[in-house]
Design a protein around this ligand. Structure first.
Ligand SMILES: Cc1cc2nc3c(=O)[nH]c(=O)nc-3n(C[C@H](O)[C@H](O)[C@H](O)COP(=O)(O)OP(=O)(O)OC[C@H]3O[C@@H](n4cnc5c(N)ncnc54)[C@H](O)[C@@H]3O)c2cc1C
Length: 392
């Protein structure tokens, strides 16, 4: 039988949207920029602002944003895949988590913002300003409904007072999404505000000293009668929690996608190591227990990636299962990352326990069990979503 290759018909050829620029290769860009700077940034415990600027200059933040709002007209999946590329090529989990915090803010503004947000806040976030999302307070992060930060309306807009803790990017961020109560609204009072962190009344505390993720500075924010314009509310006053659940769902799915991408080159390296290291007369990769650890890492990668993509796809389609799927992706992504980081260490024996890249991976991975909501909180959300989806 002879197969003839037919030229594509016009219906086979999908035209590029007119304003869409070809996306940069973020894997290679991160290998060139983020990776060589990661160790220095880690020792100095700082966000790598040079790489941050480079990512913005190459259009990272424009990827999921509609052209009418200054973006490239892609979907959130385009942005998610680019972030996975940065995790893979840059090999700096802290830097990638700082990017995730910013990504959630950008999406929040696009999906829930008004023309005012799109005109006055979004452009700077697309061009290299740093964003943060501030929910947690000293008295607790899991139960966000207990927050104490308050906003009151006055003639010119809002006055915000309170304090936030453990906020990714807070020591360096320019803008933040801040969760606060508006007591005059009554029982349903939790509201999201977009805040310029260079405003009078905003103070930052010292960066926190963490076990890992040292390239992702976290810290407190103090808000002393910070005056905000009336337009600063994101979503409707009193609807902060429901808007928030949509916003954090994207971040949660990104944790899963990034965990998988971060592990890929590490798995390649450790496979090579087990082929070269010998014990009992053969390379250690010949031993079944070693093979088990290697395949467990591969399974964690496959599971995390597939679940994260399912979560993001559900979010893009506004599927009612989106929040549940994103929590599943976060839960299995971060737990799989920690288990895999342990496997990477065990496979190298004593060398894996010596302070270096492998111990840093493990320390960094542990932070993902807490940031973005603990595994217990993901399970709680999964059950809540199961029950509410049944009622629909
Ligand atoms: C690296 C890092 C970055 C972070 N970045 C940010 C950020 O950008 N913005 C932000 O707002 N916050 C951020 N956080 C804070 C994080 O969201 C909170 O630490 C997290 O939500 C847990 O809150 P908590 O530490 O107050 O623990 P708690 O809420 O006090 O919980 C303590 C323990 O009790 C468990 N628990 C609580 N309630 C229940 C329950 N009902 N059922 C079962 N178990 C329960 C928890 O799972 C946890 O194991 C960050 C944290 C880390 C580590």
């Amino acid at each position: 039988m002879t197969l003839t290759l037919m030229p594509p018909t016009t219906s086979d050829v999908r035209p590029e949207p007119p304003d869409r620029r070809p996306p940069a290769d973020f894997d290679r860009l991160a290998a060139r920029c983020v990776s060589p700077r990661a160790a220095l940034a880690y020792d100095a415990e700082i966000l790598d602002r040079v790489s941050w600027r480079d990512m913005a200059d190459h259009g990272l933040w424009r990827l999921g944003v509609p052209t009418a709002l200054g973006g490239d007209g892609g979907t959130w999946l385009d942005l998610a895949e680019a972030l996975a590329d940065v995790a893979r090529g840059g090999g700096d989990l802290g830097f990638t988590l700082s990017l995730i915090a910013h990504a959630g803010f950008v999406r929040a503004l696009v999906e829930h913002g008004t023309a005012w947000h799109h005109r006055t806040v979004l452009p700077s976030l697309l061009k290299g300003a740093v964003g943060a999302t501030a929910l947690t307070e000293t008295q607790g992060g899991s139960d966000v409904a207990r927050i104490q930060t308050r906003a009151r309306a006055d003639d010119d807009g809002w006055v915000l007072s309170g304090a936030k803790d453990h906020i990714t990017n807070a020591p360096v961020a320019d803008r933040a999404l801040i969760l606060a109560r508006v007591p005059e609204l009554g029982r349903r009072d939790i509201t999201l505000f977009v805040v310029n962190l260079h405003s009078p009344g905003v103070r930052r505390g010292d960066p926190e000293q963490l076990l890992g993720l040292r390239t992702s500075p976290t810290g407190p924010l103090y808000l002393d009668d910070v005056r905000l314009p009336a337009e600063a509310v994101l979503g409707r006053p009193g609807d902060g929690l429901s808007t928030l659940y949509d916003i954090i769902s994207f971040d949660r799915a990104l944790y899963g996608l990034v965990a998988a991408a971060y592990l890929e080159p590490r798995l390649d390296e450790v496979v090579r190591y087990t082929q070269e290291r010998h014990a009992f007369g053969s390379p250690i990769i010949d031993h079944q227990y070693v093979q088990g650890r290697l395949t467990d890492i591969r399974i964690a990668i496959e599971v995390s990636r597939a679940l994260a993509l399912a979560g993001i796809d559900a979010l893009v389609r506004r599927d009612p299962q989106a929040s549940l799927r994103c929590s599943v992706a976060k839960l299995l992504g971060s737990e799989g990352l920690v288990e895999s980081a342990q496997n990477l260490m065990r496979l190298r024996g004593h060398l894996g326990y010596m302070r270096g890249d492998t111990t840093r991976d493990l320390q960094d991975a542990l932070g993902t069990l807490i940031a973005g909501g603990t595994s217990e909180m993901q399970r709680k959300n999964i059950l809540n979503q199961m029950l509410s989806n049944r009622e629909r």
